[in-house]
Design a protein around this ligand. Structure first.
Ligand SMILES: Nc1ncnc2c1ncn2[C@@H]1O[C@H](COP(=O)(O)OP(=O)(O)OP(=O)(O)O)[C@@H](O)[C@H]1O
Ligand SMILES: [Mg+2]
Length: 264
């Protein structure tokens, strides 16, 4: 469904942020992209969503295909219309607008009937948003704002939903709720690319993952296998093993090399 092949990106022609990155999101799957601060995760998203030039960046090599079409030859609005939708870093909801108005903005490109059906579906996934439908976005908690950002993206009817660090800044229990919602959205047929620094959460949701280090894919594979690798344990989980679940997310937010007593 999504294929990124040998993509390189520079900022200002000086800093090379991505060095030949390749990744695939098969139809119906949930794939995680993991990496530390500055690894290049958001740049991958910008390269996919054709949002590089606005940030002074440029694709110097490689290509991205979605549903078989070359994204370099497609306008952004057409890409969204084809079902490639993102939840950007930092949520970016419209704080002065109500929950419902935010959702309407997300469904703007669709017909009235489709938008109304999508809204009911979003309220079904997020009962909390239904309760607060007339409340201003800025009055929501951080977790509710993240839910609204996801709900707004769902209004566009995505075939592939890309989320940039949805767990950032949220309490562990809320991170668990966000993980549940992403699982549900994926189970209902939407493919997902989940960008996270929180490896424990992401690996508990995604079936496979890529690890990005300094703009290169250093590791990839099935989530269960990656969880067992030393790289993931040392760099991300910060503990010597045990079950990886959204409940262990507190370990995963920093990138201090693991210094416990396990095998090294
Ligand atoms: N607008 C920009 N101008 C110049 N350099 C940038 C810009 N945005 C990102 N970079 C650089 O590109 C590299 C990759 O950054 P990117 O934001 O993609 O990383 P990230 O993995 O998303 O990090 P984070 O976890 O902090 O969001 C970093 O070295 C960063 O400093
Ligand atoms: Mg980022």
């Amino acid at each position: 469904m999504l294929e990124m092949e040998d993509v390189s990106v520079t900022y200002g022609g000086v800093l090379t942020a991505l060095h030949g990155v390749s990744l695939t999101v098969p139809e119906g799957s949930c794939v995680a992209l993991l990496g530390a601060n500055g690894a290049g995760k958001t740049t991958v998203l910008r390269a996919i969503s054709r949002n590089l030039s606005r940030h002074g960046a440029r694709l110097t090599d490689g290509r991205v295909r979605f549903d078989g079409i070359d994204l370099a030859r497609t306008s952004m609005s057409e890409v969204v219309a084809r079902g490639l939708v993102q939840v950007p870093e930092g949520r970016r909801i419209l704080g002065r607008l109500s929950v419902e108005e935010n959702l309407r903005v997300g469904g703007m490109r669709r017909g009235r009937k489709a938008a109304a059906a999508a809204r009911e579906r979003v309220y079904g996934i997020f009962p909390r948003l239904a309760e607060r439908r007339h409340q201003q976005g800025l009055l929501l908690s951080g977790g509710e704002q993240q839910m609204l950002a996801i709900g707004r993206a769902m209004m566009a009817g995505p075939k592939l939903l890309m989320l940039d660090e949805p767990s950032l800044g949220l309490a562990p229990i809320i991170v668990g709720q966000v993980a549940d919602v992403i699982r549900q959205i994926n189970a209902e047929g939407t493919s997902v690319l989940l960008i996270e620094q929180n490896a424990a959460m992401a690996l508990s949701v995604a079936s496979s993952a890529y690890v990005l280090e300094l703009g290169r894919v250093s590791l990839s594979g099935a989530s269960g296998e990656l969880t067992e690798t030393d790289t993931i344990r040392h760099l991300y989980l910060g503990h010597s093993g045990g079950e990886v679940s959204a409940g262990s997310v507190a370990f995963a937010t920093t990138l201090q090399p693991w210094s416990g007593n396990g095998p090294s």
